[in-house]
Structure formats: C-alpha cells, structure tokens
Design a protein around this ligand. Structure first.
Ligand SMILES: [Fe+2]
Length: 378
C-alpha cells in the first residue's frame, strides 16, 4: 500500500513537498508526469540505477525523457554548473532525480539556479544572489535510506576545502517518492552509513532548540524504527527490514527538515573535508558522547520520551546502545580508527563550530568541552 503525506504549512512546521512512500511507488512517476505535462524532462541519476529494470521501464514509457549522461560522483560547483548549463541548453522544465544524497542535492541546486539565474557559486560564495522563487519542477527519489534530502530545504555542496549549503524554502522538492524496493540490493556500507546518518539526524532534531510538536513526533518514531532495524538491515536484510529503514529515514528527514541538525553534524564536516570520512560515519562518531552530554539537559518529560523511544533507561545506556549499533554495523567508534590523530583535534574544534548547526542544542559546549569530548573518543 502506498502511504501519502500531504504538504503542510503552518506557523510551526512547513513541508511543501508531497510525499509518497511504498513498494513500487516509483511507478507513480508516470501519473505525475501525465498530470504535470512537462515538455522536456531530465532524469538525473547514478550509474547503478542506469543498470536496473526500473530505469529501462521509465525510458520506454516516458517519451520526452532525457537521461543526463555525465557520471555523478561529487556535488560541487563544477558538476552543478555543468548540469545547470545542460538544463538551459535543452530547455529542461522538470527534473527527476533518482539516487543518493549527492544526486538529489545536485538536482535541487540545478533546479533552483536554472530559474533564479546565474551560477551556483553566486548564491554560496559571493552572496550576491538569493534563491527568491521556486525552481524547475523537481521529483526526488532516494535510492538509499538515510540522507533525507528528498524532504529538506537545503543541498550540501562541497568545494575543495569548504562545505556549503544552498539553503532556501524554495528548494524543497515538489514531490518525494520513497520506494523501498530501490534499496533492496544496497551493499552493507551504503546501508550502514546513511542509516546511522538518519538516526543521528533524528536524534539531533529531537534535542534541537528549534524542535516543535510535529518534528518531535517524526523524530521519536524515526529513532525507534531505526534502532530496531539498522543492524538487521545491514547484517541480515529482508524486504521488510528495508521497508522499515526507508520509512524511518523518511520520518527522520521530515523531522530535521524543520529543525536542522546540530553539533554532531557541525563537527563532522572537517572530518569529511580533511580525512574523507563518509558523511554518516563522521556525523555519528560523536553521537554517543553527545547523547551523554545533551540528554541530561533536556526537560524530564522530553528525556523520558526519547529514552522510551530508544528503549533504554538512562543517557549512558542510550549512548552505549548507539555505540553497540555502530560496532554491529561495521562503523568505527574511535577517531583513531578513521585515521584522525590526536594533534588534529584542535583543527576539528576550530572548524566544527559552524554557527548554523553547532548552536542548535540546549547547552552549547565550549571549545574546551568539545576538545575534551573528542579526546574521549580518540
Ligand atoms: Fe546527515
């Protein structure tokens, strides 16, 4: 059965994206195209999807579909601008992005900039332009369970030694289709890393100072589902556990889309930039110590709710549960295992205080406290 989550727009919570979830929901694309009637559709996708029967089916059924040929490995200024140029040259009026976070983020950037003008760096580096209106019609279809990019109003752009975020309420995709069948053949690492990212995002949404009733509801449900299913889906996957992870990840996305992430994500970025640590791994490595740091600051009522969602009795038990899950799913729990030496902790502290992320928690650590916490997981 296909579940639908309708757009919601109230003072506390905004979600303009129409969301479909369920096995084979990918094929709703045909109805969406029939209804929207775009003239020139561009399919932006990864190399793996291009080998699937679903890809061949779409090509056969949709006449005005062009497949974007370049291989997408990175979402940076060069690759995004190339995609923007292609859309303008070919009068593309709708983009379907089917892939992981990189593919969806690239499509979100291109869809917005094609309509708003100039190139992506004009919105990120010089600050001379702002995304002021909705972009091309965009459908986002994730093929991993974790990034939540199909329902967030930002896109992560990496450029050499800096991480940027193209951020605007106008870049929420118009439609998100979460079809768990697309995740059934994912390898272990592409299951574990996005999966732990989803857990991290949901927990960071819950303890976030921007949380609200709707985001809390999504976050708590997401946390419970991911904790029950992630180890199973990595070590002994079944269609049912894949379905649960896709749903849990989507709910986590719906939660943090309105709160953003916090300090775990902030300190992860230097780890990814300087040591190439995959995003989910980098974000989650500080999750256990930050659980012990942040949970005790929550109100008693909020603390009890998250402990209940995690099926534990104390912040310490919650941190231990996440650490065990990381070990069970082949993820690293110590900085040294990621090749990050003691002498580099000061660099992570210096670069990890991105104010838009690091300061979203009820008790912001001082640089000394952060350093101490990082030493604890060396
Ligand atoms: Fe993340």
């Amino acid at each position: 059965m296909i579940k639908k989550i309708y757009p919601l727009n109230n003072a506390a919570y905004q979600m303009p994206t129409m969301v479909y979830y369920g096995r084979d929901s990918l094929f709703l694309l045909l109805d969406i195209i029939k209804e929207k009637k775009p003239q020139n559709i561009l399919l932006v996708t990864g190399e793996h999807f291009k080998t699937t029967k679903e890809f061949r089916y779409l090509i056969e059924k949709v006449n005005n579909l062009t497949v974007y040929k370049p291989i997408i490995k990175k979402c940076n200024f060069e690759t995004i601008n190339k995609l923007i140029h292609f859309c303008r040259q070919n009068s593309i009026d709708a983009i379907i992005s089917i892939g992981g976070g990189t593919v969806i983020d690239m499509a979100k950037c291109a869809a917005a900039v094609v309509v708003n003008g100039k190139y992506v760096e004009d919105y990120l580096v010089s600050g001379t332009k702002q995304i002021a209106k909705r972009g091309l019609f965009l459908v986002a279809v994730p093929t991993t369970s974790g990034t939540g990019s199909e329902v967030t109003p930002w896109a992560t752009v990496w450029d050499r030694i800096k991480k940027y975020s193209l951020d605007s309420k106008y870049i929420f995709p118009d439609i998100a289709i979460v079809d768990p069948c697309l995740t059934y053949s994912l390898p272990k690492n592409h299951t574990a890393e996005p999966g732990i990212d989803a857990l991290c995002q949901a927990i960071e949404s819950y303890w976030n100072i921007n949380s609200n009733l709707a985001s809390d509801k999504y976050a708590l449900e997401s946390i419970g589902i991911i904790l029950k299913n992630l180890s199973r889906v990595v070590n002994n996957p079944s269609p049912e556990s894949r379905d649960c992870m896709a749903w849990g990840s989507l709910l986590g996305g719906l939660a943090f889309s309105n709160t953003r992430t916090t300090i775990c994500h902030a300190v992860s970025y230097p780890m990814t930039i300087h040591w190439g640590v995959p995003h989910g791994q980098a974000a989650a490595i500080t999750l256990p110590p930050f659980i012990e740091y942040t949970f005790p600051v929550l109100s008693k009522e909020r603390l009890l709710k998250i402990l209940d969602a995690m099926q534990v009795k104390s912040p310490k038990e919650a941190a231990e549960k996440v650490t065990r899950l990381m070990i069970d799913t082949g993820l690293k729990t110590r900085l040294s295992e990621l090749g990050i030496p003691k002498r580099s902790i000061s660099l992570i502290v210096k670069e990890g205080f991105d104010p838009s992320r690091a300061k979203n928690i009820p008790k912001v650590p001082s640089p000394e406290e952060l350093e101490c916490l990082l030493y604890g997981i060396l």
